[in-house]
Design a protein around this ligand. Structure first.
Ligand code: SAM
Length: 273
C-alpha cells in the first residue's frame, strides 16, 4: 500500500507543471494542486462545480447567511470555502479535516487570505485517510473548543465513516450548534425507493451488508470506508439520539441511487438542533 502511495505521489509530482498550467489557463490559480483535489475525489475540468452547488444548498436548505458561523467537518483542502468566498459569503468559517497536507494547504492559501476562515487539523486515526493519526474522534472532539455554530456541513464525510465513529461525530456536532442551528450532511441512504431503483439496475453504486457490522452497508468488504451506506431510518434515529429535533429533519434524496429526481448526487439530510 505504501509503495502504491509513493508511486502515486511521484506521478502527481510529475504532473504538477501541467496542472499549474491547466489551473492558470482556466483562471483557477487560487485552487489547490492535483494531489489534494484527488484526495477529495475531484479531478477533471468541472472539479469545482459541486462546491458551488453546495454553497447554494447551504443558503437554501440550511439557511446560511452572511455573518453566520459555519463549521465544515471533513473540509478536505477547502474547495467549499473557495466557492463560498467567490460567491461573496462573509462569515466565520472553521474547516477541519484529518488529512494534514490538505489542512496545511488551506491554512497557507485560504486561511491567510480569506478573512475569518480558520483551518484545524484533526489528528484522528483513519486507516485509509490518515493512518498516522494519534487520536480517536472522541479525543479530538474533546480538544475542539469551538461551538455556537449557526450551520455545520459535512459533505461526503459520512459516506466514509463507520457507525460508532459516526455516532461520536453526531454527538459532537449537535451541541456545537446554536439552538435552531442546522446541520447539512450527506449520505448514501438505503430505503425502499432506492432498493427498487437499484433492482432495476439504475443505481450508480450497489452496497452489500458489512460483514463486520450489521448496522451499515459497504461497496467493498476489504475497504469498507471507501463508500458506506446506511438505512435511512437508522440515520434519523441516530441524529435524534444525538440531540437533533425529530420533527425538523428533512431528507433530500440524491441521484446516486438511480432516482430521476435526485437533488444532488448523494442524499442530503438537513437536521435542526
Ligand atoms: C470525499 S472527501 C470530501 C471532502 C470535502 N468535504 C469535499 O466535499 O470536497 C472526504 C473527506 O473526509 C475526510 N475524512 C475521511 N474519513 C474521515 C473520518 N473518519 N473523520 C474525519 N474526516 C474524515 C478525508 O480526509 C476527506 O478530506
Amino acid at each position: 500500500m505504501r509503495v502504491v502511495r509513493r508511486v502515486r505521489t511521484m506521478g502527481y509530482g510529475a504532473l504538477w507543471p501541467l496542472d499549474r498550467l491547466f489551473l492558470w489557463l482556466n483562471k483557477l490559480s487560487d485552487y489547490p494542486p492535483i494531489h489534494l483535489r484527488r484526495h477529495v475525489g475531484l479531478l477533471g475540468s468541472g472539479f469545482n462545480g459541486p462546491d458551488y452547488e453546495f454553497a447554494t444548498f447551504l443558503r437554501l436548505l440550511a439557511g446560511l447567511k452572511s455573518g453566520n458561523s459555519l463549521w465544515d467537518i471533513g473540509c478536505g483542502c477547502g474547495l467549499l470555502q473557495l466557492a463560498l468566498a467567490n460567491l461573496g459569503w462573509e462569515g466565520r468559517l472553521t474547516g477541519t479535516d484529518i488529512h494534514a497536507p490538505s489542512i496545511r494547504w488551506a491554512q497557507r492559501h485560504l486561511g491567510a487570505s480569506l478573512k475569518n476562515h480558520f483551518f484545524e487539523h484533526m489528528d484522528v486515526f483513519n486507516a485509509a485517510y490518515w493512518p498516522s493519526g494519534k487520536l480517536t474522534a472522541e479525543q479530538w472532539l474533546a480538544s475542539f473548543s469551538a461551538s455556537g455554530f449557526d450551520v455545520v456541513v459535512a459533505k461526503s464525510l459520512f459516506t466514509h465513516v463507520l457507525p460508532d465513529e459516526m455516532d461520536v461525530y453526531f454527538r459532537g456536532i449537535a451541541p456545537r450548534l446554536k439552538q435552531g442551528g442546522r446541520a447539512l450532511l450527506t449520505f448514501f441512504l438505503l430505503d425502499e425507493e432506492q432498493q427498487q431503483a437499484s433492482a432495476a439496475g439504475s443505481a450508480v453504486f450497489t452496497f452489500s451488508p458489512f460483514e463486520k457490522d450489521a448496522r451499515c452497508f459497504v461497496r467493498r468488504q476489504v475497504a469498507p470506508t471507501a463508500a458506506v451506506a446506511y438505512p435511512r431510518d437508522y440515520i434519523i434515529e441516530r441524529l435524534v439520539a444525538a440531540g437533533f429535533r425529530a420533527d425538523r429533519i428533512t431528507v433530500y434524496p440524491g441521484s446516486w441511487s438511480g432516482r430521476a429526481d435526485g437533488l444532488s448526487v448523494q442524499d442530503i439530510v438537513v437536521a435542526e438542533r
